[in-house]
Each structure stands twice: as structure tokens, then as C-alpha cells.
Ligand binder design. Sequence first.
Ligand code: ZN
Length: 258
Amino acid sequence: MFFAQIGLIFLVGTMLGSFLNVCIYRLPRRESVVWPGSHCPRCKEPIPFWHNIPILSFLVLGGKCARCKEHIPLTYPLVEFLTGFLMVFTWHHFGFSLAFLHYSTLLLFLLPISFIDIDTKLILNVLTMPGLLVGLALSLFSNDISLQQSIVGVLVGGGFLWAVGIVGEWLFKQESMGGGDVKLGAMIGAFIGPKVLIALFMAFFLALPVIAIGMGIKQLRFGSKIPFGPFICLSAFIVVFFGQFLLDKYLILIGLRG
Ligand SMILES: [Zn+2]
């Protein structure tokens, strides 16, 4: 029974991931995510549903379009697997509950936002603005955060990154924090409340070693743009699922708890 549930949730997750792939490919190109149906981006051949089964089809077709043999990017099965895995992970953490609905919905926004940011260095309003509204709406039913906390989260999440952007622009004489990052901070705040500040601080600490390594191997130089969205998303994930654990460890470390 337990394994049947895991299997079912994973399966549903991979199907959601398959839809996220459509969003990741089409939203930055301003294409509709519902019409036309799935097709190969090179030969335009419609993809029949039996060639569109998450993960399995990629393996069976050897990662190529069945007609023109165009390579299908590895990110497709990766996003499908990751979505399935994260749905199971969230279910294991929260059980079937409002919290499961709340945080799996957050993840379904964070995944395409991260992959699109890596791809295009853009964080799209078409994801963050509906995400913000959904986050506010879910807080009405949540046992974890109240509507007030959700609103405060929007203000401090967006406000903090906006202020960082102002200071960065003054220090470096160029835009250092995009408007997309600010809206992403606000969106995550709507889901997790004032804890979003912890996530945003953590995002800078996660980004620092990556920037240092990037400069070390000369892939980045001073003034290079790196997508910051994935770091914000990863930090939000850590705060939601490991926040209490990390807080407990921290309190023991500084001697406030035995
Ligand atoms: Zn093709």
C-alpha cells in the first residue's frame, strides 16, 4: 500500500513535470502552453502520447525525436524525475494535508522559474505574479501561516531584494538585482511568510562559492550576470523542509538549547 502510494504520487509528479517542460520551453518564447499539442521543435512533427510518457519515452527513444532524430535535451527527463521525486518528498514530509498542497504548489512554481532563469536569465512575471496570488490565497486555508504573515512575507521578500538592488546599483554603477528577482522574493514570501528573509540571506551564501569558483576557472568576471533565481528557489526549499532542523542545530550551537 505504502509503495503503491509512492508510485502513484511519483507518476502524477512526472506528468506534472512533463507539463512544466512545456512551460519551460514555451513561456520564454511567449507561446501558449496548451495549444498546439506537443511537437518536435525542429521537424514540428506532433508527438503522439505513447512517445510522450515521462522519462520512459526518453529512454525508449534514446533521447532523440522519433522522426528527425533531433536530440531531446537531458533536462526533459531530469525535470520530470525531479518533479516526481519532490512530490514524493513533500508527501513523505507532510502526508496528505493542506501543507502538502501548499508546499507542492510552491515547488511547481519554483521548478520552472529556476530552469527558465538558468536558460534565459529571465524570471517571468507570467509565473511570479500568479504564484504570488496563489500563495496569498493558500494562506487563507493554511495552518502554517496566516494571511497577515503572507502579506508581510510579500513585503519583506520583495522589499529586501529591492533594497539590495538599490545598494548594488549604487556600489557597482550597474543593475545588480533584476526586477524578476524582486518579484520572486515577494512570491516566495506569499508562500512562507517572513521566513523568506532567511531564505534570501541563504541564497547569497549559496551563490558566493559558485561565483568564487566561476571566477577561479575564469568562466565569470567582475560584472558578469549569473541567474540568481535558482539560488533563491533552492534556499526557499531548504527553509521549508529543513528550516526547523537547521534552527534547532543553530540554537544548540550557540548554547541557547541543550
Ligand atoms: Zn523532430
